[in-house]
Design a protein around this ligand. Sequence first.
Ligand SMILES: Nc1ncnc2c1ncn2[C@@H]1O[C@H](COP(=O)(O)OP(=O)(O)OP(=O)(O)O)[C@@H](O)[C@H]1O
Ligand SMILES: [Mg+2]
Length: 400
Amino acid sequence: MSQFLVISRDDAFVDRVSEAVGGDLDHWSDPALPADPGVLFSVSRDGFRPDVVILSPDLSIADGLTIASALDAAHPEITVLLVRPVERGLPVAAMRAGIRDLVAPGIDDVEFRDLLRKAARAAADRRAAAGLQDGDGERRSTRGRVVVVLSPKGGVGKTTVATNLAVGLAATAPQSTVLVDLDLQFGDIAHTLQLAPEQTLTEAVSRAAARDTMVLKSYLSAHPSGLFALCAPHSPADEAQIRADDITHLIDQLAAQYSWVVVDTDAGLSAATLAALDRATDHVFVVGTDVPSVRGLRKEIDILRQLGLVPAHRHVIINNADTRDGLAQQDIETTLGHQADVVVPFSRSVRLSTNRGVPLLQAGTRDKAGRHLRHLVRRFEPPVPKSRPTSTARHRKGAS
Ligand SMILES: Nc1ncnc2c1ncn2[C@@H]1O[C@H](COP(=O)(O)OP(=O)(O)OP(=O)(O)O)[C@@H](O)[C@H]1O
Ligand SMILES: [Mg+2]
C-alpha cells in the first residue's frame, strides 16, 4: 500500500489530505525541519519510507524548497508535492528543488485524490526503475523502463530521437530493448530501420498476442543493432480498431519482458499516446527552435501535469537547433520552465541517415548530431542504487 507523509502544522490541511488518501497518513508537525530527511521518516516507525511527501501551504517557501532539495538528493524516488498558489518564480524554483508538482490549495477533492494516487504510482515506477524494493532498498527484479518520445508538433524529430535512443540502448543491452511505433496511422519506423515486418501493432494487440507474451514476441522484428521493433500497422485504417486499453496492456507485457521499451508517437496527445504516457517512467519531449513548437510543448507539459501524468524522469531535447534564426536556448528554457537536457544541432547527416534507413548511432559516425544523441543515451545509464542511511535515529518530537 502507498505511504504518504504530510508536513504541516495546519490540522485542517492534514485532515483534508488524510481524507484524500483514505486515512493512511503520517504527519510531521514540528516547525523545526530536520536537515536529514531520514529523520522525518522515523516519526512513525522504523523503516517507514513514504512514496509521497506533501508540503502544506503553511510552510514557508524557503523551508519547503530546502526540505524538497534534501529529499530529492537522498531519496529521488519519492514524489514531493507542494500545495501552494503559484507565484512569480516559484515553478522554476520548485522544479530545481525536485518538486514534482505544484498543487493549487483550492483543488477539488476528487482531483486531489486522483493526483495523490498518480503521485504514488509515479514513485513506485521510480523505485522500480532504480531497482529498489518497497521500503528497504534491496535489489529486486524490475519492470523495464518505458520511455515515451513525444511532441505536440509533427516533423520535429521524434522518430529520429526514438530510433537513435533505441539503437544506443540496444548497444548497451542487446536483445533487451524494444522500439514501439505508436504513430499508428503513418508511423515510419519500419522504413527508418529498413524493416519489412509481416506482423505489426495490429497483430500485437490481437487476442492471441494479448493472452500469450510468447506470441507477442514472435510478432517483433529483429534489427541488426540488437533491438526489436514493433512497427506501425500497414494500413492507417487499422488505428480505429486499436483501443487505449490495448496499448496499456501491450506496454505492460513488453515492460515485463524487456529492460527498455522506447515508444515513438505521432504529434499531439492521441488516446494511444496518453495510454503509453500513463505507463511511462520517462517522458522525452522533443522541441524545435521555432515559437509554435516551444509554445505547443509548454501547453503539452501543462496539460500532462493537470492530468497527473508526471513521470519519474523527464528529458527535454531541443532538436534541429539552428543558431542563425532559431530561438535562443535560454528563451526556450524560460518559456518551457524546464532546462534543456540535450541540444541536437541541425545536421545534414541526420537527414541522410533517415533517407538511407540507417540511424546515425548505428552508422557510428562522428557527426556532431550523433555526439549529442549519444549524450541522450548516456542519461539512461542504470542508476546506482542509493546506500541506506547509516543513522535513522528515532525522533518522535514531530509526530502528531
Ligand atoms: N537534427 C537534425 N538535423 C537535420 N535534420 C533532422 C534533424 N532531426 C530530424 N531531422 C530530419 O527531419 C525530418 C523529420 O524528422 P522525424 O521524422 O524524426 O520527425 P517526427 O517528429 O518523427 O515527424 P512526424 O511527426 O511526421 O512523425 C527527417 O527527415 C529527419 O531526418
Ligand atoms: Mg515520426
